[in-house]
Write a protein of this length. Structure first.
Length: 170
């Protein structure tokens, strides 16, 4: 297997429409429309010795530049990299349009499914709403769960999460 080489790579694109559009800070500020679909880029690989594998990436803001960037990120993992596991987090249940009770339910379901951390969107025009979302999720999940926030370019550096009390919520 040391000298095994990739013999073929088949790349395909699948567009998955979302049942319920999701919003983040850019939607609230009018910079973009709600997310209504996700573009998945799949790479099916076969080696000369018959080993097969599938890798994938996705672009939430689909389009040629986004897909090209994801393909470049994916390429190194396809050429010789191997891991038994990778840490991961889930952000799909944490959009700004998601009510807090649903956000907590989604986060708990992700953890129950084996996801190791949670990322939620912030960037409301009223920062107090962001703080209450983060505090509610942190309270529900406890201090041992990695919790990340993503402002999606919805704030300028002086108002960003790094310059606010969000940084101190754990």
């Amino acid at each position: 297997m040391v000298n095994d080489r990739i013999s073929s790579v088949k790349v395909s694109l699948v567009i998955l429409p979302l049942q319920k559009p999701a919003s983040d800070a850019k939607v609230l500020t009018g910079k973009q429309k709600p997310l209504s679909e996700v573009a998945f880029l799949f790479a099916e690989i076969q080696s000369e010795e018959g080993h097969e594998g599938v890798g994938y990436s996705y672009a939430l803001r689909a389009g040629a530049p986004a897909l090209y960037a994801h393909a470049r990120e994916l390429a190194p993992a396809l050429i010789g990299a191997h891991r038994d596991s990778v840490p991961c987090y889930n952000t799909s249940g944490g959009y700004l349009s998601t009510p807090i009770d649903e956000l907590i339910t989604n986060a708990q379901a992700s953890l129950a499914a084996g996801i190791g951390g949670i990322k939620i969107k912030v960037g409301q025009p009223d920062r107090r709403l962001d703080l209450s979302r983060v505090a509610a999720v942190r309270s529900a999940l406890g201090d041992d769960v990695p919790l990340m926030v993503d402002a999606s370019s919805g704030t300028a550096p002086p108002q960003s999460a790094w310059g606010s009390p969000l940084r101190n919520t754990g």
